[in-house]
Design a protein around this ligand. Structure first.
Ligand SMILES: Nc1ncnc2c1ncn2[C@@H]1O[C@H](COP(=O)(O)OP(=O)(O)OP(=O)(O)O)[C@@H](O)[C@H]1O
Ligand SMILES: [Mg+2]
Length: 488
């Protein structure tokens, strides 16, 4: 079968094994062939679960319990996998092979597309997404935005009847966001496929979409209709439910920009590197002032995360030094890269770009308690901190859940909370608000503002201009690094 596919849900729901409440409950809709749907809802409302259901990825009885009915072209999604192209949120997770051409061909090969047909499909797909690199270009040399387009090309080459995209522009720089949106628009127009996109920041997508469907956190749908009509009629209600309604301002004061101030960390003539050999950037001079934010911005591949990890003492300096103020010094001196993890705990806390990198415990509550316990707090003090963070970040109901089973936004909030739990003097965060609904975003930004007002330093890597605006402080804007040097 070719052409765009139809998706129908009739009282559909899914409860993951091990969870008491269903992730999705009682959802009904028909998505007609060729419709372009923006799928919205609060963090944890079940958007990714719904997409996984449409892609036929929700498994048997051991993985959970299905209710109602979900169909692609009238058949169960598990039998229609070749019709459905799913691009997951994490672009790295989608890259399978080391050469661009092979990676794009991979899905076709799995589907059993005749070998003679594949090169033409690969060329078409690369053209549709505008990825202009040689077929044998190494996939690991691609930037985040390019990887996202690579993943999209791999799915398009399979010529699916539906394209399902889960937060396709999270973690992309503003130029990458525009590129990916354009690639999707172009590809869908050419392939005539049905499109379903999950994205918290709706402004980029709203005008491309013919319909929005908003999943309710307690089941059912909160809204379903043309974007302009839904946002006009139900904007305030949806904003309260956590949806980023285009044009609805965030009611939160912004901290002032800062100049100077007492430095807690300083770096001079710093060269940073991932592998201890190849410099990513050189000649960096900067100080991290007390009681202020340092917001690091710049395009994908500019070295923001490498700089953050180096300031945090987790990557050794290639040249030059990061030095802490004497008030922050540890037993092993003033260079964070020489401190033990225990010394770092209350001095510099780091939230990685990928939240899963830091989960250690078997449930959310224990995860939050690891740091305070290691820092020597007693049970009562630990419980107080843990309870407050659970409550503020909307994780109380998930206290006993396994951290790896959380939704994308829930994982991010937990990873920020685990670091704040030990009250480090400097908090370094890589994309602290990605994947957040409106409520989660406001609460995270508020927590970071409190850190600053309490005298701590917040170092945040972000693509989100609103985060930069609300945190105030100083801006460190990294310009792009030369691609040739990066790929070498
Ligand atoms: N593998 C899993 N096992 C158990 N529970 C899960 C699993 N994946 C998700 N959940 C839970 O199901 C609910 C819905 O999660 P889902 O990932 O679908 O939400 P979402 O709307 O995509 O959220 P976000 O915007 O944060 O990505 C959440 O409460 C989540 O914790
Ligand atoms: Mg999700």
């Amino acid at each position: 079968m070719t052409g765009a596919a139809r998706i129908t849900a009739d009282g559909w729901g899914w409860r993951y094994a091990g969870r008491r409440l269903p992730a999705v409950r009682d959802v009904s809709f028909t998505i007609e062939p060729g419709e372009r749907v923006l799928l919205l809802g609060a963090s944890g409302a079940g958007k990714s679960t719904l997409l996984a259901g449409m892609a036929g990825l929700l498994g048997g009885a051991d993985e959970g319990e299905m209710s109602g009915d979900l169909r692609v072209d009238g058949a169960p999604p598990q039998t229609q996998r070749g019709r459905v192209g799913l691009v997951l949120q994490d672009p790295d997770a989608g890259v399978v092979l080391s050469r661009v051409g092979d990676d794009v061909a991979f899905g076709c090969e799995n589907l059993g597309v005749p070998a003679s047909e594949i090169p033409g499909r690969v060329a078409d797909a690369l053209d549709a997404v505008g990825l202009e690199v040689p077929r044998d270009h190494p996939t690991k040399a691609l930037s985040g935005g390019q990887k996202q387009r690579l993943a999209l090309a791999g799915v398009l080459a399979m010529r699916p009847g539906i394209l399902l995209l889960d937060e396709p522009t999270a973690n992309l720089d503003p130029a990458g966001v525009v590129e990916v949106r354009r690639a999707v628009e172009h590809a869908v127009a050419r392939a005539g496929a049905t499109l379903v996109v999950i994205e918290h920041r709706t402004a980029v997508w709203a005008d491309l979409m013919t319909r929005v469907i908003v999943v309710g956190a307690d089941g059912g749908l909160l809204a379903d209709g043309p974007p302009a009509e839904v946002f006009a009629a139900q904007g305030a209600e949806l904003a309260r439910a956590g949806v980023w309604v285009p044009g609805a301002a965030v009611d939160l004061p912004a901290l002032a920009p800062a100049t100077g101030g007492v430095a807690l960390l300083s770096a001079r003539g710093l060269a940073i590197s991932r592998d201890g050999r190849m410099p990513v950037r050189t000649g960096i001079d900067l100080t991290v002032p007390r009681s202020a934010a340092t917001v690091i911005t710049g395009p994908n591949g500019a070295g923001k995360s490498t700089l953050a990890l180096t300031l945090a003492g987790l990557l050794p300096e290639l040249r030059g030094q990061v030095e802490a103020a004497s008030e922050l010094a540890g037993r092993r001196g003033i260079r964070p890269s020489r401190w033990s993890s225990r010394e770092l705990l209350t001095r510099i806390g780091t939230v990685f770009q990928d939240p899963e990198h830091q989960f250690l415990a078997r449930n959310v509550r224990e995860e939050l308690a690891v740091g305070p316990r290691a820092a020597g707090l007693d049970d009562a003090a630990t419980a107080r901190i843990v309870d407050e963070l659970l409550d503020r970040l909307g994780l109380s109901a998930l206290a006993l859940a396994n951290p790896f089973t959380l939704s994308g936004g829930q994982k991010r909030r937990l990873s920020v909370a685990t670091v704040l739990a030990t009250g480090p003097r400097v908090v370094v965060l890589d994309e602290p608000t990605f994947g957040q609904d409106r409520r989660g975003w406001i609460e995270l930004v508020r927590l970071l503002q409190e850190q600053i007002l309490e005298g701590r330093s917040v170092v945040a890597v972000t693509h989100d201009d609103d985060v930069a605006h609300h945190l105030g402080g100083q801006r460190v804007a990294l310009d792009p690094v030369d691609d040739a040097a990066e790929a070498a």
